[in-house]
Design a protein. Structure first.
Length: 114
C-alpha cells in the first residue's frame, strides 16, 4: 500500500509549491501513473479522499489521474510494443532483448491554481 505514501508525497510537494508561488487554493492536481508502476489508481483516489479531508488546503481539490501506457523497446528489431499485451518477448521478432521505455513512472503533471 505505497499509494498512501504517494498521496502524502503529492500533498507535501504541492504544499511547498503553494508557498513558493503564494497560492492559497488548488483546484486540481493531475498525476501521470504508469501501467506497470505498481501504483493502483483506484487506491490513490480512495486515499486522496481520506487525506484531503485532513488537510487545510486541499478540501476542494480534485485529483485527476492519467494512465501512461507501458511500452517496451526491442533492441534487435528496433520496434516498440505494448508491454501489457506481450510482456518481455517482442511480438515482431521473438527476441527477449528488450527493455521498458515508459509505463513505470508516476509524475505530478499539472497543478491547477485557483
Amino acid at each position: 500500500m505505497h499509494e498512501l505514501g504517494t498521496i502524502y508525497y503529492v500533498i507535501d510537494t504541492v504544499e511547498k509549491l503553494m508557498v513558493e508561488n503564494q497560492l492559497t487554493e488548488v483546484g486540481s492536481i493531475t498525476l501521470e501513473v504508469g501501467e506497470v508502476s505498481g501504483i493502483i489508481p483506484e487506491y490513490l483516489m480512495d486515499f486522496w479522499q481520506w487525506a484531503r479531508a485532513k488537510t487545510e488546503h486541499f478540501q476542494n481539490t480534485e485529483l485527476k489521474i492519467e494512465k501512461l501506457e507501458a511500452v517496451t523497446y526491442c533492441q534487435d528489431c528496433a520496434k516498440t510494443y505494448s508491454t501489457m499485451k506481450y510482456k518481455k518477448i517482442c511480438p515482431y521478432c521473438g527476441s527477449g532483448n528488450t527493455f521498458l521505455v515508459t509505463g513505470n513512472e508516476y509524475n505530478i503533471k499539472e497543478i491547477e491554481a485557483k
